[in-house]
Design a protein around this ligand. Sequence first.
Ligand SMILES: *[C@@H]1O[C@H](CO)[C@@H](O)[C@H](O)[C@H]1NC(C)=O
Ligand SMILES: *[C@@H]1O[C@H](CO)[C@@H](O)[C@H](O)[C@H]1NC(C)=O
Ligand SMILES: *[C@@H]1O[C@H](CO)[C@@H](O)[C@H](O)[C@H]1NC(C)=O
Length: 200
Amino acid sequence: MKSLIFFLLQLLAILLPCIANNSTRVVYDTEGNELNSMQNYYILPAKSVSGGGLRAMPTGLRCLHFVFQERNGSLLGTTLRFTPLPRKASSTEAIRLSSDIWIEFHDFYSFCSDRLDWHLTERIPESFSGRLQHVAAGNEDGVRSFGVFRVERHGTDVMGYKIVSCVDQGPCKNIGLHVDKDKTWLTVSDEPFMVVFRKE
Ligand SMILES: *[C@@H]1O[C@H](CO)[C@@H](O)[C@H](O)[C@H]1NC(C)=O
Ligand SMILES: *[C@@H]1O[C@H](CO)[C@@H](O)[C@H](O)[C@H]1NC(C)=O
Ligand SMILES: *[C@@H]1O[C@H](CO)[C@@H](O)[C@H](O)[C@H]1NC(C)=O
């Protein structure tokens, strides 16, 4: 009995730091403050020489948009909000690394909605030459469609974070940029788009 308790204590001693470690790994904004669920942020490239913020472009289908990056580095794009999952009733929560979240354009002024939920879509922009999964924002087939995303560190990169899409227990896929003619789309990609979060 004694040895069992000893064993359990040892196990706890091994497990505790891991759990504690995880729960303290939050995402920080460009001012060094914890990202939270009640604040609007711009998603900007970690390297400021590589374009501006993110915006939504109408697909032509009612209320569905594709997400693209501004080419002009001085344009911040549209603000976003992050919701940790499982969703809790209107409390301010920190956004943690490697944890499931929803991402939405927030305070987006259109006739559709003031919030556009991010998800992956099989649809492609009209002019697009390829078959990549794009990041869409807004209603797919008339219903709100939240995709599950996570914010992660990337390798030994200390500058910025990557965003990954995690669907159906499968491996998470990097969200990256795909330049096609005159637009830079957000798509599933081998090469992640390294970003920072700037408070509105
Ligand atoms: C804590 O997190 C860091 C950063 O990801 C990782 O390198 C380290 O192995 C973790 N430690 C434990 C005890 O899980
Ligand atoms: C801790 O983090 C790792 C890697 O980021 C993840 O796979 C694991 O599920 C996390 N554990 C807990 C208890 O959150
Ligand atoms: C980028 O945007 C700023 C602010 O709107 C504008 O003043 C500037 O001319 C733009 N630059 C280019 C290259 O379009």
